[in-house]
Write a protein that binds this ligand. Structure first.
Ligand code: CMC
Length: 430
């Protein structure tokens, strides 16, 4: 990051020199940190469409080329060659682990998969029909009450333990939220299973009979985790960073990230997408929905299409689509009506002038729901699965921020357009 380049800005006749920072990859960044002090003006960028909120070494997206790297490694290579816990190590510590480091990391994670037994009582306070995301926001926030020995953010060891606890316990918590919602007993984690197999086991096993995890499905699950592990400064990650910038503990920050992820414009899109496919119901109704999506007076959007950064294609969607084909083949799902609608919708939208000109391509959420449904997950579990996969990204970004000496509390300014200063009017005079 060199700042030998600069830009000049003329503010009402006063020339201001702004340094230009050059990243490893991607567009240069105009450093406006001193702008307010020098020129008494703010910049205005709702939705942060042109604003870098931090510097980071973790994840890089090239939206025009449709590329995603974790620590420099392309997502396609990681999805094909690596596995989720190795990717977690890479995101957390910056390099691929040696064999010994990987064994040690896997051991540390698997030794933390159980949750405090009293947490079971906490779950029982929720209504049975609570959405698993609602339960997760509450339970993950409550981790700071159950694990307060790892909430001192000034202690690197406590930060490390909190990170491992979050990566290890989120699958357990997501599976418990699911079991609770269907009235089945909680299934304890099994540390002889790999991360993805253990999650499938905790979701689908019952005490009454043995459950064998299909290794091919476990591999597909692991790939879903890997594809969702991190994604630069998206809304939920920025939420985690903003919450963390005040010094809040890591469990509170991740709960904030989960809450943000829930929205249908973000992680909630996978559930919304499958519900939309079901609502469309048959191929002949697709034109009606395409017309709704194009109608400026109709708020309807094709869920699972479009992305703030990707304007070519979403590289995760490409891998996810291949994975969906494999899983459906494996499970013998061929004539599922939802799948038929999805395939035809994708074909029509990719040829439609509106979607082509606005560069709206299927995103990761378009295909993930199809795989998860085929595996037997209800739609309400789609976003919790996204949340558990993204936890490593959130915690890596949080750790990076806490360790950065330049870290200060996030505090955006505003363009005030409300009433001008005025005097209070007594009640009888209004
Ligand atoms: N269907 C129809 N039109 C769309 C869609 C869509 N899915 N997405 C964007 N547009 C149109 C939008 O109406 C606008 O048109 P115009 O320029 O005429 O006003 C134009 O495309 C640009 O849209 P935008 O809202 O300014 O773009 P954005 O970068 O603010 O929003 C997005 C990105 C992902 C929120 C949006 O594309 C969307 O709502 N997609 C559907 C929800 C979805 O699938 N979200 C998952 C995103 S990927 C995973 C994740 O982040 O969690």
């Amino acid at each position: 990051m060199a700042d030998s380049k600069s830009a000049k800005l003329l503010v009402e006749g006063k020339e201001i020199e702004l340094p230009i920072l050059s990243p490893t990859a991607g567009p240069d960044v105009l450093d406006i940190r001193k702008l307010y002090g020098q020129a008494d003006v703010f910049t205005y960028d709702p939705g942060f469409t042109s604003t870098a909120s931090c510097d980071s070494t973790i994840t890089y997206i090239d939206g025009d080329k449709g590329e995603l790297w974790y620590r420099g490694y392309p997502i396609e290579q990681l999805a094909a060659e690596s596995h989720y816990l190795e990717v977690c190590y890479l995101l957390l510590y910056g390099e691929l682990p040696t064999e010994a480091q990987l064994v040690d990391f896997e051991t540390r994670v698997t030794r933390h998969t159980m949750v405090h037994e009293q947490m079971h009582n906490f779950f029982r306070g929720f209504r049975r029909d609570a959405h698993p995301m609602a339960t997760m926001v509450g339970v993950v926030g409550a981790m700071s009450a159950f694990y307060h020995d790892s909430t001192d953010i000034a202690d690197p060891l406590q930060r490390e333990i909190a990170s491992i606890r979050l990566i290890a316990k989120l699958p357990t918590i997501a599976a418990m939220a699911y079991k609770y919602s269907i009235g089945q007993p909680f299934v304890y984690p099994r540390n002889d299973l790999d991360y993805a197999s253990n999650f499938l086991h905790m979701c689908f096993a019952v005490p009454a009979e043995p459950y064998n995890v299909d290794p091919a499905l476990a591999r597909a699950m692991d790939r879903i985790f890997t594809l969702h592990a991190d994604h630069e400064q998206n809304a939920s990650t920025s939420t985690v960073r903003l919450a963390g910038s005040s010094g809040a503990n890591p469990f509170a920050c991740i709960a904030a990230g989960i809450a943000c992820l829930w929205g249908p414009a973000h992680g909630g899109a996978n559930q919304a997408c499958l519900e939309m496919l079901r609502e469309i119901g048959s191929v002949d109704r697709i034109p009606e929905y395409i017309a709704k999506a194009k109608d400026k007076n109709d708020p309807f959007r094709l869920m699972g299409f479009g992305h703030r950064v990707y304007k070519n294609f979403d590289p995760r969607a490409k891998v996810m689509k291949e994975s969906a084909d494999e899983v459906l083949e494996l499970l013998g799902v061929h004539n599922n009506p939802t799948l038929q609608v999805a395939k035809e919708l994708e074909r029509i939208a990719l040829e439609d002038e509106y979607f082509v000109s606005k560069k709206l391509y299927p995103n990761v959420d378009f295909y993930s729901g199809i795989i998860l449904e085929a595996m037997g997950f209800p739609t309400s579990m789609f976003t919790p699965i996204f949340a558990l996969s993204r936890t490593v990204g959130w915690i890596s970004q949080w750790k990076e921020m806490i360790g950065d000496p330049q870290n200060k509390i996030g505090r955006p300014r505003q363009l005030y357009v409300g009433a001008d200063k005025r005097d209070y009017v007594d009640l009888d005079k209004r």
